[in-house]
Design a protein around this ligand. Structure first.
Ligand code: S3P
Length: 176
């Protein structure tokens, strides 16, 4: 048997600009399941945007809310789940991911910078989008690789092309 018996069909991890949300929606449509993004769960529970939470209460508080949102979503969501780019920094979250089907959407600096644009809705990027993305990719790529069983390259590909590759990973394991 492969994959978890319950929980999301697939969990997407990767940096800001990897396309987790856009690709995740397409994969969910292709599989005929729901899509959930942990940033959305945090925003819904807090009644505020991620940026507002960072500004009002700081990153640490956001990470607490995010840890709870991930834990809850891993139990209650059975479709495609996208994690915020920094969620895997948390050791408890990494432990909870063990046993789930996790796919790392890999993106290089150039494509990530293009996709996030000015990064206005991403508080961690404010000031120097390219420099911050480079730093985050350097720090986090080994962590994404550590929690994922599969990596799917996204550079130079459309969201539909990436989604098709992710769907193939999920379906292969399902039938294999
Ligand atoms: C973050 C990524 C964001 C959001 C927050 C922090 C990060 O999610 O959770 O701004 O630390 O990489 P996306 O990866 O969905 O943009």
């Amino acid at each position: 048997m492969s994959g978890p018996v319950s929980g999301p069909r697939v969990v997407l991890v990767g940096a800001m600009g990897a396309g987790k949300t856009t690709v995740g929606r397409l994969v969910a449509d292709a599989l005929g399941v729901g899509f959930l993004d942990t940033d959305e769960v945090v925003e819904r529970d807090a009644g505020r945007s991620v940026s507002e939470i960072f500004i009002d209460d700081g990153e640490e508080h956001f990470r607490d809310l995010e840890r709870r949102a991930v834990a809850e979503s891993l139990v209650h969501h059975d479709g495609v789940l996208a994690l915020g780019g920094g969620a895997v920094l948390d050791v408890t979250t990494r432990e909870l991911l063990d046993g789930h089907r996790v796919v790392f959407l890999r993106v290089g600096l150039s494509d990530a910078a293009k996709r996030v644009g000015l990064g206005v809705s991403r508080p961690l990027l404010l000031g120097n989008v390219r420099g911050r993305i480079k730093q985050l990719l350097d720090e986090r790529t080994p962590i994404y690789e550590g929690v994922a069983q599969h990596a799917v390259d996204t550079d130079g590909l459309t969201a539909a092309e990436v989604a098709e590759r992710v769907r193939a990973v999920v379906e292969d394991e399902h039938h294999g």
